[in-house]
Every structure is written in structure tokens, then in C-alpha cells.
Design a protein. Structure first.
Length: 314
């Protein structure tokens, strides 16, 4: 199969028929064999009924319905597991991503050999104060931290080699950092394409200011997980050891000073308590490293989701 189009959605009943018809038109014109995977992230409207209707009319349209809302990362992860195409395209369901970008996004994967191509909505129709300016700050921080020089990490319109989506896990709210996750998984050829950003036609945005706070927290998490996820003791153990040694050296100095001068008041000095505190922090960090190692080596449930229904997926 040439193409899998993975579309996470939440309460998008109005846009789905038009979006799927547009995708069908594009892939048919380019003679692509395809599937459209619609991942219903616990919608409270009639989105699932619309998906069932679309699937009945076109067997290439398939659906997954979550029992409750898990978030975009969970929806993408399930879509990636189900996808069978050689190239996977992700896009949002709100009609702000143009299906006309699909052929070029696929070509960059197939002909230019990119592992991942991320869309860049250079000209945006979002509110500048609430979305554009925070997005620029967020992307600048992500570039600096990850070393991946993309303009728009959070663009939903991306294309992937099949191998990429089968080798990565997307959980929590890590969909913003799929390029970073792919890089840590060993996929180095990550490209970017300027794509059209369309004004929202149906419904309302599902994101608020909190997504930017969560975004920076997730950036710290993915940076830590990428570097130390398989070896957390290298982080906690290093800083725990340094903290303990610093406290121990200070404590030894104070004890020697007390032995040299009987007038030296050991417990009346702030440095005595600073030394004890530093040693305790060092021991706690070291123990945290051991606990993190146990968790990292034994966790098997972090990507388990309740899927209520599926259509056309074995």
C-alpha cells in the first residue's frame, strides 16, 4: 500500500465528510493505493456515526474509537500501530491542513529519502497573541534544546517512512516532539516543507494557553527521556554523587576545625546544616536513580489504551 493517512479527531463531525472526500480526490488523481485511519479520541458528538457511514461507503476509510478521551498522542500512537502504508501522513481533522500537500510530502519521503518531513505553516491564520507568538517562543526553545532546526514542531501535517512510526512510541502529550523522538530512535534525515495553513471552517479550537505550559514541560521530559530514559542512574547518580561529595567535604572540614580548636562551635554554624542537607540530597538523588532504573526496566503498561471499537482493522 502506498499511503496511510492518520487523522486524530475530537468532535469533528462537520468536517469529516468534506475532508475524506478531498483526500480521496487527491490520492485517486495520483493513483495512490491508500487507507484513511480516523482515530476518534472519545468524541461527544456524532463523529463516530459519521466515521461508520464513511467506512460503509468506502472500505479504504477505517476507524478506531477510544472509550474516552486520551489525547492526541494516544490517538496518533494507535493510528501508527494500525497503519499499513509505506508512507504515513498525519493531519488534523479541522480542515486547516490541506490534503493537496500529500503528493509532495510523499515524494520527499520516497524520492528524496527523508525519514520524516514536517510541515511548516509559514503564513498562519491563528490569533497572533494567543497562538502565534507563544508558538514562536516554544519552537525556538525546542530547536535550541533538541538540535533539530524546524520552524514548526507542532504542525500536525507530517509524513513518515513506515519504519519510523513502527519504531517510536508517542505517549502523554509527546506528539509535539515526534521529530525529537524519531531523532533519538536513530532517524537522522528530518526535513521540512512549507505547507498551506487554512482558516478553520468548522467547530472551535481544542487548545488553550495551557498547551504551551505543557509543551515546555514535555520538552524537558522528552530531552531527559531521550538522553537518560534507558540509563536514569547516569543522571541521578552523577548529580547525587557530586552533591554527596560536596557535602561530605564540607562536613569533614568542619569536623577537623572542631578537633583543632575546642572553641569551634560546630553545630552553631550554618555551614554544618548546609553540609548535612547537601549530603541528604545527594543520597536521595542516588536512591531516585535506583528507583528510576527499576521503573524503566519493568514498565510495560505506559501505552495501553481502551479501544472501544474498530472498523476494517484486524
Amino acid at each position: 500500500m502506498d499511503l496511510s493517512v492518520v487523522i486524530p479527531l475530537l468532535n469533528e463531525e462537520e468536517s469529516l465528510p468534506e475532508l475524506c472526500a478531498w483526500i480521496e480526490q487527491v490520492v485517486t488523481a495520483n493513483n495512490f493505493s491508500y487507507e484513511i485511519l480516523l482515530i476518534d479520541d472519545g468524541s461527544s458528538d456524532d463523529s463516530w456515526q459519521v466515521i461508520e457511514s464513511l467506512s460503509s461507503a468506502n472500505a479504504n476509510i477505517k476507524g478506531i474509537k477510544f472509550q474516552r478521551n486520551y489525547g492526541k498522542s494516544a490517538a496518533l500512537n494507535e493510528g501508527f500501530k494500525a497503519a499499513k502504508g509505506d508512507v504515513i501522513i498525519t493531519m488534523d481533522a479541522d480542515m486547516q491542513d490541506s490534503p493537496d500537500e500529500i503528493p509532495e510530502l510523499r515524494r520527499m519521503i520516497v524520492e528524496e529519502g527523508y525519514d520524516l518531513v514536517s510541515g511548516w505553516k509559514k503564513k498562519r491564520f491563528d490569533n497572533k497573541l494567543t497562538k502565534n507568538i507563544p508558538s514562536k517562543i516554544f519552537n525556538a526553545a525546542a530547536r535550541k534544546t533538541s538540535g533539530i532546526y524546524l520552524h514548526d514542531f507542532n504542525c500536525g501535517l507530517k509524513s513518515y517512512k513506515k519504519k519510523v512510526v513502527k519504531c517510536i512510541e508517542v505517549y502523554g502529550e509527546m506528539h509535539r516532539y515526534i521529530p525529537v523522538i524519531a531523532k533519538w530512535a536513530g532517524f537522522k534525515k528530518i526535513g521540512e516543507k512549507v505547507v498551506e495553513h487554512r482558516a478553520r471552517k468548522y467547530g472551535t479550537t481544542k487548545f488553550g494557553w495551557e498547551r504551551f505550559i505543557n509543551g515546555f514541560l514535555d520538552l524537558a521530559t522528552i530531552t531527559f527521556v531521550g538522553k537518560f530514559g534507558k540509563r536514569p542512574m547516569h543522571f541521578f547518580g552523577l548529580y547525587g554523587t557530586l552533591s554527596f561529595i560536596a557535602g561530605a567535604c564540607m562536613f569533614i572540614y568542619l569536623v577537623i576545625a572542631k578537633l583543632v580548636s575546642t572553641e569551634f562551635a560546630l553545630t552553631n554554624r550554618p555551614s554544618f546544616y548546609i553540609a548535612l542537607t547537601t549530603m541528604l540530597i545527594g543520597m536521595q538523588l542516588f536512591l531516585a536513580g535506583f528507583v528510576a532504573e527499576l521503573i524503566a526496566r519493568n514498565s510495560t503498561e505506559r501505552n495501553s489504551y481502551l479501544v472501544e471499537k474498530k472498523i476494517g482493522i484486524v
